[in-house]
Design a protein around this ligand. Structure first.
Ligand code: ADP
Ligand code: MG
Ligand code: MG
Length: 887
């Protein structure tokens, strides 16, 4: 018989931490903590297999489930010494979702389940605390109605507000047992009014209703959006945990909190957390009351007056510190935990590897190696390559003038400027239109995720460091300032005010998620520091990776930046960008529009010294390392004059009539330039262009070698080759130029000639093409366009929908389409090497900086990836991780 239900508690458990696939992350770690002997309220976990079964079978449960749940519940009852539904001594439970990986805020939890008009009396008697019992009951009705029955929580909040007003009090804490009893009655009536049927008072009905709601919530929209953004497969499903309640709302010696074993923002090795006295779980995260600091140090740093837990509950704080030490030693990682204190006793409700900023990930990984908790390989695996992006981005220039509007909590580091936007949809819209936006909200909720993702930064008026906005922003690597309490946001009117100043939608502000500052206007930023922890991790990454990492760079500035980021050469230097600079565009236009060979040669003679100069600079910066230069690739029409005055400039330069010139430009028009007269086709029809470029390369290489005494390693790359003969012909031309230049200068350089593989035909005929190639560079941007048959520039209209509908798992221009384009790369690599075993293989599309694509490149045995300068460290780390996974 299938085991659908796993028990935990009382020092033992059926499950273990490594059973996340079956028990979900929460369930597996509750089991692990119970086995470790930590204080965990007993409970049971319904497996993810039940979720899968449920959706595969028209939302039906397996037949044996109910009996297994009942048995496990009996064990919980025995352990707690209370009975579910018993009016004298009722057991209350929470019903909690838990997928394999944590999905913050996605799945709803119901607390205090098992309360009804009878059991609430039992709870009141047993606890000797009537107010607590009725408060718990009304919380339960509110939560259950909201989560399970779909009655929005604001209905209940409104009732509380009205009640407080009638009573003339401000705070929830001013309400007593009678108030909550009265409100519980009103809540039930409200739910009945909304639903047309009474609130369920049968505890079994409550339990199965909640279980069903958890499974149901796996497929609600916001959960789907989160999964999409985080590449979590729909098929995984969620587990359900049913756990005995412990109460943080029993009075002044009770509390609830969340904590990290190290600072998740900076990575400092000090406890970090927040707690609330006399409160229940959700209160901390929801940001309704402002929580207090866990440690004295953090309180002092924040300048807060409300006592820290270390000060107000030293004994429990001690219990907590012991648990932290045990957990870190056991899991060998920073943990994010939830706890509740019931009458001075600590209970653990959750632990998981804590989400952290890139900065913290780095620091924690490097320090844990020094502490002997983990080894270098583990440290390399701990930092998500894509997250390095956060560290490679600018921070505010400390000396730049700033007009500080207000200060909030430094919820997620990094600085960002952008226009103020008050809702998620607009944020997404504006970002799509290319604007940098700062999403400003009173507080965020899971419905805002798409807007948070689109924004450069997030600002909230309410909520603590563990509020939704803070947690999600840190996960996404967005700068975030939360709880900026002086700001009043009126989203409908499109304004926010702060200390008498007004900021309208569309105004520019800057936020610094590292300091919590909010500034009016744009503030100057600084480049990041690449020494310290970052350097240590990179040294380790370089030790393990097999792939080389080069950069795509066309300018000396990019080339220098890339070298600083650790690029081991240039994988793609596009020559056309150089053609647009300053005065030279006129010569380029002259070349294109020339009527004959003679005219073209005249123009090319003007371009030669300029190209040579470009290459010299780049060779100098990259000396000792290979530089792949791609000969002219784009359709000529991209260079054509458009405006009248541009035509005139060219006409003057050539001494040609403007009218005639325009006519010539018309002749060059193409219907589908991407598949037109471009790439090596230009070299075949106008060999003098490639000859000029080859000459510029060789002359520059010789000059730099003579100058610096270091070797220059040019790799000349012919684009858009489809057939062996194209490459053979052009290789011949390049070699002839080489001989010529070498004879003239009386010196030689080593060089290579190779091609881009960016057409399906080239990948398929790679065995033939390899005869004339010393290297292949997979141009996966064009290969994606030509293999799938979509134009990147026109894909915007449908690609989003394709990704939403899962037709493509991801945007194939961002992460390589492994099944299609990837197969072509694999085939091209294999066939190329079948002809030439030592053929050098690389990739130079955008994919070279995408971690998943880098892993793919490692797996198919390429020699290097090439990516934009800022992504070089990401590729280095991704390559190391791919190699470590492959061991
Ligand atoms: P989430 O995944 O959104 O954090 P959880 O299931 O962890 O949801 O629970 C939400 C809140 O309820 C947390 O603060 C948690 O500590 C609290 N909670 C859950 N189960 C219990 C319980 N059995 N007793 C007391 N508090 C609980
Ligand atoms: Mg939780
Ligand atoms: Mg191309």
């Amino acid at each position: 018989m299938t085991k659908w239900v796993y028990s935990f508690g009382g020092g033992s458990a059926d499950g273990r931490a490594d059973m996340k696939n079956l028990l979900g992350g929460k369930g597996a770690n509750l089991a692990e903590m119970a086995s470790l002997g930590l204080p965990v309220p007993p409970g049971l976990t319904i497996t993810t297999e039940v979720c899968t079964y449920y959706y595969d079978n028209g939302r039906q449960y397996p037949a044996e489930l109910e009996a297994q749940v009942n048995d496990a519940l009996k064990a919980v009852e025995a352990s707690v010494g209370a009975k579910f539904g018993d009016s004298d001594n009722p057991l209350l439970v929470s019903v909690r979702s838990g997928a394999r990986v944590s999905m913050p805020g996605m799945m709803d939890t119901v607390l205090n389940l098992g309360l009804n008009d009878e059991t609430v009396q039992g709870l009141a008697r047993n606890s000797g605390n009537e107010r607590f019992a009725w408060d718990s009951y009304r919380r339960f009705i509110q939560m259950y109605s909201d989560v399970v029955l779909g009655v929005d929580h604001y209905h209940f909040e409104e009732l509380i507000e009205i009640h407080k007003e009638e009573k003339g009090v401000d705070l929830d804490t001013d309400l007593d047992a009678d108030d909550w009893r009265e409100l519980a009655g009103k809540f039930k009536a409200k739910t009945e009014e909304e639903l047309g049927r009474p609130f369920p008072l049968d505890v079994k009905e409550q339990l199965w209703g909640a279980i069903g709601a958890v499974f149901g919530s796996w497929r609600i929209e916001r959960a789907k959006v989160y999964r999409k953004l985080n590449n979590i497969p729909e098929a995984w499903g969620t587990a359900v945990n049913v756990q005995a309640m412990v109460f943080g709302n029993m009075g002044e010696t009770s509390a609830t909190g969340v904590a990290f074993t190290r600072d998740p923002s900076t990575g400092e090795n000090e406890y970090y957390g927040e707690y609330l006295i006399n409160a229940q779980g959700e209160d901390v995260v929801a940001g309704i009351r402002t929580p207090q600091n866990l440690t004295k140090r953090a309180r002092e740093k924040a300048g807060a007056t409300a006592p820290s837990m270390e000060e107000s509950m030293p004994d429990v704080y001690g219990q907590l510190a012991d648990v932290f030490a045990k957990l870190e030693k056991h899991y060998r990682d920073m943990q994010d935990i939830e706890f509740t204190v019931q009458n001075g006793k600590l209970w653990m409700l959750q632990t998981r590897a804590g989400k952290r900023t890139a900065k913290a990930a780095l620091k924690i990984a490097v320090e844990m190696v020094a502490e002997g908790l983990i080894d270098e390989e583990t440290a390399v695996m701990r930092v998500e390559p894509g997250a390095l992006d956060q560290l490679l981005h600018p921070t505010l220039d400390p000396d730049a003038p700033r007009d500080i509007l207000t200060r909030g909590l430094p919820a997620s580091p990094g600085a960002a400027s952008g226009i103020v936007v008050f809702d998620a949809d607009t944020a997404e819209e504006k970002a799509k239109a290319g604007e940098a936006v700062i999403l400003c909200r009173i507080e965020t909720s899971p419905e805002d995720i798409h807007g948070m993702h689109a924004a450069k930064g997030i600002l909230t008026a309410r909520g603590g460091m563990t509020s939704h906005a803070a947690v999600v922003a840190r996960g996404m690597g967005r700068p975030c300032v939360s709880g900026a309490g002086q700001i009043r946001i009126d989203g409908k009117a499109g304004v926010m005010t702060c200390m008498g100043r007004e900021i309208k939608a569309g105004d520019i502000i800057t936020i610094d998620g590292g300091s919590g500052e909010v500034m009016i206007g744009e503030v100057k930023t600084l480049q990041p520091e690449l020494a310290g922890d970052f350097a240590s991790l990179m040294v380790w990454a370089d030790k393990y990776r097999k792939l080389k990492v080069r950069t795509n760079a066309d300018t000396p500035t990019d080339t220098s930046a890339a070298r600083e980021f650790g690029a081991e050469g240039i994988g793609l230097c596009r020559t056309e960008h150089m053609f647009f600079e300053g005065e030279r565009i006129i010569a380029v236009r002259q070349m294109i529009l020339a009527e004959d060979l003679k005219g073209r040669k005249e123009a090319l003679a003007k371009l030669l010294p300029m190209q040579k100069g470009d290459f010299e600079e780049i060779f100098k910066i990259m000396r000792g390392l290979p530089v792949t230069i791609r000969l002219l690739d784009p359709p000529l029409h991209e260079f054509l004059p458009r405006e009248d005055d541009e035509f005139e400039d060219v006409a003057n330069a050539i001494g040609m009539d403007v009218k005639k010139l325009k006519q010539r430009a018309n002749e060059l028009h193409e219907f589908n330039p991407m598949l037109g007269h471009r790439g090596c086709r230009l070299g075949i029809t106008y060999p003098e262009i490639y000859e000029m470029q080859a000459r510029a390369i060789f002359e520059a290489a010789l000059a730099v070698e003579a100058d610096t005494g270091e070797t220059v390693v040019p790799e000349i790359m012919i684009p858009l080759v489809a057939t062996e003969s194209e490459l053979a012909i052009l290789r011949g031309k390049v070699e002839a130029v080489a001989e010529e230049v070498f004879a003239e200068k009386g010196a030689k350089v080593d060089y290579m000639v190779g091609t881009m593989i960016e057409l399906p035909r080239a990948a398929i005929a790679a065995n033939k093409i390899a005869n004339s190639a010393d290297f292949f560079s997979f141009g996966t941007n064009d290969l994606t366009q030509t293999a799938i048959g979509i134009s990147r520039d026109d894909a915007g209209r449908f690609l989003d929908q394709y990704v939403k509908m899962d037709i493509f798992a991801q945007d194939p221009f961002v992460s390589i389409d492994i099944d299609g384009v990837g197969e072509l790369v694999k085939l091209g690599a294999e066939r190329g090497r079948s002809t030439k075993a030592d053929l050098k293989l690389g990739i130079c599309g955008e994919h070279g900086g995408d971690p998943a694509s880098v892993e793919f490149c490692h797996n198919v045995g390429l020699d290097y990836v090439s990516c934009s300068p800022f992504r070089v460290p990401i590729a280095r780390l991704a390559a190391a991780q791919a190699a470590l996974k492959d061991r």
